[in-house]
Design a protein around this ligand. Sequence first.
Ligand code: THU
Length: 165
Amino acid sequence: MDRVQRSATGPQLEDQSPGPLTQDAVQQLIQRAQEAKQRAYCPYSGFRVGAALLTRDDRVVTGCNVENACYNLGVCAERNAIAKAVSQGCRSFRAIAVASDLEQQFISPCGGCRQFIREFGSNWDVYLSKPDGSYLKMSVDELLPVSFGPEDLSMKKWFTHEDKA
Ligand code: THU
């Protein structure tokens, strides 16, 4: 887990090569999440969330939360972004940034979104941000340890514990 304060320099999107993102690239991704947050449709909660996904082929796909009068049909920003990306042919991701209006804490993906994110791998990065651009970097595996994913359905995992059932 890394906590990083926003740097004074402006963001640039050039650094999209494999490997860790530069601070500038992270800040640009957070900025895209903040822009997406402005488009949140959240008349019921008033809680705006934006997400920005960086794909392995260097595309950025954003999403915001979209609520509904039938409350349980609301969609979170992270899931919206992932569904958009998949519908555009992207299933391979480097990072996702999440933004909200919470000034005192890093916005943390809900449990459902953690599972949705994990579907596309447990070894990529999630940037939990604050409106000032500071962030907390966590891996998907840190957010959802000992997770259940697509690999489990192909029964590759086997219990070594005596209680296997
Ligand atoms: N929300 C998200 O979009 N992402 C999260 O990870 C947390 C919660 C949304 C759902 C709902 O529209 C509002 O925030 C309040 O829960």
